[in-house]
Design a binder for this molecule. Structure first.
Ligand code: C2O
Length: 534
């Protein structure tokens, strides 16, 4: 294994999109940010220097951070943010991990522009469990606002209402030509006929699940969230914020330009958003710019297209890559995820939209939870997070009368190596919505998924305990449930939240605290000396 050094200078930079220019927060002046390359088991050292006026922290999304929670990154969870002018060295090892992950800012709404890919190759000499591609390409999907994203979220928090949706979606930083700004270029991927390409697709959008499609080309899915899956062919992939999907695509035509598109998927009746980002798959040697467009793009509410894709995902579960699904369960949990409404005297309508897990709207602490845990500082959090919903939930499509939530910085405590089954139930208190839930510090197995209320007798019998897909971010279907299993083999404090940034902001988040084990390599390492102070 090698040591990989990176330096991230967080700096402002002017960027022009949709024919207008604004200053954005970037890493090294790039949007999207630089790609981190490494191999399985490498040690990665990233020195982050904050040159902007905001507090900064960076999360390495999907990196397990075995015993190194101090390098995980979520502000006020595992570290205090890096203040303006300050520096922090993130130091972690990619133990047993390979595939596509990504990094992003984990404070305020900075991740809108502060994000990039992490490409972890297998160990030297170890092949992929699928045909070797001729070339690889990172495809980062994102969102673009014409105005300042910090101003947008601050305005929304003041009013208590939902923030403005973005003005465009992007593929590798560019929306492609759109109405009112037809002149702008888009991302173009040049391919050679007959060659096969590995696309490492990442959804870095703040608030949108996306469909992704290439005209006249099939995609073979081989990996999600840096875990290998049984390969399958599809025209369309669906990808939630936080998720990564690797696909193989073969340049089976001789010549031509083919449209690449990313468009929103929203399994909810409230927001209609149909902005499509476009790019081009360009066969080398093609003269002229005539473009083969898509005959169809799934409509925004194409739940059946999304379900077909999601239901096709299975762990590779080969001899080399077995699916180690926990079979004996120590903690049997059911968390409801929903949106609610709390009173707010200064807000429009005297109320504010909030979000919660088991009716608790998470309150961010003033000092990092991991510090409070390690140094045994009292009064920062409690470990009484409810393992079951406090009230009888019922998803019938009708609203419940009391939409108010409680508030608290409550954690759920897990013994080292204990096993967890967690059913995530969308209750649709305010409105049903698909919530992509991300767990830090672990991969989990998605053992079941269904519509309506989870039935602890019937549904458990249908769980897939053989080859369920393994990932770090999973969608809870609108008005339905998803069941996951994981083993708490990583001591520390681990954030879990909806990866729709607005839902995180509104409080759809909590954390697990995993105690040290008794063995020599079973405890959280001590903090580095340059750990930022609050
Ligand atoms: Cu990718 Cu806590 O986030």
């Amino acid at each position: 294994a090698m040591v990989r050094h990176y330096k991230f200078n967080v700096v402002m930079k002017n960027a022009t999109r949709l024919c207008s220019t604004k200053p954005i927060v970037t890493v090294n002046g790039k949007f999207p940010g630089p790609t981190i390359y490494a191999r399985e088991d490498d040690n990665v050292l990233i020195k982050v220097v904050n040159h902007v006026k905001y507090n900064v922290s960076i999360h390495w999304h999907g990196v397990k951070q075995l015993r190194t929670g101090w390098a995980d990154g979520p502000a006020y969870i595992t570290q205090c943010p890096i203040q303006p002018g300050q520096t922090y060295l993130y130091n972690f090892t990619l133990t047993g991990q390979r595939g596509t992950l990504w990094w992003h800012a984990h404070v305020l709404w900075l991740r809108a522009t502060v994000h990039g890919a992490i490409v972890i190759l297998p160990k030297l000499g170890v092949p992929y469990p699928f045909p070797k591609p001729h070339m690889e390409q990172v495809i980062l999907l994102g969102e673009w606002w014409k105005s300042d994203t910090e101003a947008i979220i601050n305005e929304a928090l003041k009013s208590g209402l939902a923030p403005n949706t973005s003005d465009a979606h992007t593929i590798n930083g560019h929306p492609g030509p759109v109405q009112g700004c037809a002149s702008q270029g888009g991302f173009s991927l040049e391919v050679q006929p007959k060659n096969t390409y590995l696309l490492r697709i990442i959804n870095a959008a703040l608030n949108e699940e996306l469909f992704f499609k290439i005209a006249n080309h099939q995609l073979t899915v081989v990996e999600v969230d840096a875990t290998y899956v049984k390969p399958f062919k599809t025209d369309t992939i669906v990808i939630a914020p936080g998720q990564t999907t690797n696909v193989l695509v073969t340049a089976k035509h001789k010549i031509g330009n083919f449209l690449v598109a990313a468009s929103p998927f929203m399994d909810a009746p409230i927001v209609v958003d149909n902005k499509t980002a476009t790019a081009t798959l360009h066969y080398s040697g093609t003269l002229g710019s005539s473009l083969t467009t898509l005959t169809s793009l799934p409509p925004t509410n194409a739940t059946s297209v999304a379900n077909t894709f999601t239901d096709s995902l299975r762990s590779l579960n080969s001899k080399k890559f077995p699916a180690k699904v926990p079979l004996k369960i120590d903690h049997n949990l059911l968390f409801t995820v929903s949106l609610g409404v709390n009173p707010c005297a200064t807000c429009v309508n005297n109320s504010r939209v909030v979000a919660d897990i088991n009716n608790v709207t998470f309150v961010m602490p003033k000092i990092a939870l991991l510090q409070a845990h390690f140094f045994k500082i009292k009064g920062v959090f409690t470990d009484d997070f409810p393992g079951n919903p406090p009230v009888v939930y019922n998803f019938t499509g009708s609203q419940v009368t009391n939409l108010a939530t409680t508030k608290g910085t409550r954690l759920y405590r897990l013994a080292y190596n204990s096993t967890v089954q967690l059913v995530l139930q969308d209750t649709g208190m305010l409105t049903p919505e698909n919530h992509p839930i991300h767990l830090h510090g672990f991969n989990f197995f998605v053992v079941g998924r269904g519509q309506g209320n989870f039935d602890s007798k019937k549904d458990v019998k249908k769980f897939n305990l053989v080859d369920p897909v393994e990932r770090n971010t999973v969608g809870v279907p609108a008005g339905g449930w998803t069941a996951i299993r994981f083993k708490a083999d990583n001591p520390g404090v681990w954030f879990m939240h909806c990866h729709l940034e607005i839902h995180t902001t509104w409080g759809l988040k909590m954390a697990f605290v995993v105690d040290n084990g008794k063995g020599p390599n079973e405890s959280l390492l001590p903090p580095p000396s340059d750990l930022p102070k609050c």
